[in-house]
Design a protein around this ligand. Structure first.
Ligand code: GLA
Length: 384
């Protein structure tokens, strides 16, 4: 939906013109999956799909929301007991509450919002929603949070109001994203570097299996629990300095193999290997070595499939097609359990690959995957 149309919807809904319009994007992640809650590295970029919100302060203690896409409204105050029923409204409620918990006092506002990040496709529609409101309220009420704290507010919203114990990657990049750049973030120190990303002769494209993932399902939290179990076992067995799996080598993990479950061992092995892959990719990007980047992407897929077990038949199928077509790199992106593969494809192969993927996938599963070319954009911002 165009910004002018959103502004019109706002006016029709609330009977007053919108005071301002803000936007925040979803994300892709080149590599570094399930590493952000292990103190390790991620390599995301903000994309040209996101959430746009038209907002006006209403001078009351009430928040009145209109979701254009769900055609639903929600009204709540900033009090904890006013938790709204609708899941989509809880993201905004959570942001407000987390701001209040940090001593800020956002007042009431009216907002109408719409988005074009496909839901449940692993492109972080929820982080976009949290970030657009965190960014807007911070600015409109002059709350004085820095962007890193806004990202933490979004993450805490997931933890406390949605029930997903996620890492910081999605909210971070939705706020800090930069056009034509990927960001390598060290999730322990929160240091980050922008990497210019316009691979000569290659394109990045997402193929959406249209299998909706349910991150909120306990599977994601269970993975996190496994990682914490393994890190704790290493810490308690002669390595008191270990804070996260980031600090654990394969030798250290081997030394506790008999005291942790086989499942926790597999999960931790994946994370230790993935941490190494992100570093390898960072170095490869410095020398424009996309063949190495691609090889690492396939390794990540196999790790997520066999060790972390967050892939599914549809994702594996698309990954196999990519390999058969000679695509440079391909893997499941985001939390997993459905959603998209991210593919690094030579320009010369691009059309044939997409054709093959569509035909083979619809033959196998009765529908075509959706195709999203990746365009790397800026993070949260004010539009009007
Ligand atoms: C989801 C979470 C992120 C991250 C990814 C997996 O997107 O929100 O914090 O853990 O899964 O890399």
């Amino acid at each position: 939906m165009k910004v002018q149309n959103l502004v019109k919807v706002f006016e029709n809904t609330f009977g007053q013109p919108a005071g301002s319009v803000f936007a925040a994007p979803g994300r892709v992640n080149l590599i570094g999956e399930h590493t952000d809650y292990n103190g390790s590295f991620v390599f995301p970029g903000a994309i040209d799909k996101g959430i746009t919100a038209a907002i006006r302060l209403n001078g009351t203690g009430q928040v009145r929301l209109w979701s254009v896409d769900y055609e639903e409204k929600a009204v709540f105050s900033m009090e904890e007991q006013d938790l709204p029923q609708a899941m989509w409204a809880r993201y905004v409620f959570g942001v407000c509450r987390e701001m209040v918990k940090r001593g800020a006092a956002p007042g009431g506002f009216d907002a109408a919002f719409t988005g074009d990040v496909p839901l449940g496709a692993g492109m972080s529609s929820s982080a976009a929603l949290e970030s657009v409101f965190a960014y807007a309220l911070n600015e409109l009420f002059s709350l004085g949070f820095d962007k890193m704290e806004l990202a933490r507010i979004g993450q805490a919203t997931e933890h406390n109001y949605v029930g997903v114990k996620c890492g910081i990657m999605d909210q971070f990049v939705s706020l800090f994203g930069k056009k034509d750049h990927l960001v390598r973030l060290d999730t322990r120190s929160m240091e980050y570097n922008y990497f210019p990303f316009h691979p000569q002769g290659y394109r990045l494209v997402l193929l959406d299996t249209l299998v909706k993932h349910e991150l909120a399902s306990s599977a994601y939290n269970k993975r996190r629990q496994s990682c914490e179990n393994a890190a704790r076992a290493v810490r308690d067995n002669g390595h008191p300095q270990v804070e996260y799996l980031r600090d654990v080598s394969m030798d250290m993990l081997q030394s506790v193999r008999s005291v942790i479950s086989e499942e926790d061992f597999k999960r931790a092995t994946y994370v230790i290997e993935e941490t190494q892959r992100v570093l390898t990719v960072g170095e490869a990007l410095e020398r424009d070595d996309y063949e190495t980047v691609g090889r690492m992407m396939y390794q990540t897929h196999y790790g997520m499939r066999d060790l972390y077990e967050v892939s599914c038949r549809e994702l594996d199928f698309l990954n196999d097609v990519a390999l058969e077509c000679g695509v440079t790199g391909s893997r499941v992106m985001g939390g997993g359990f459905g959603g998209c593969t991210i593919n690094l494809v030579k320009e010369t192969l691009y059309d044939t690959f997409l054709e093959k993927a569509k035909t083979a996938y619809s033959k196998e599963f009765g529908r075509e995957p959706k195709v999203y070319p990746v365009v790397i954009c800026d993070g949260a911002r004010r539009l009007l």
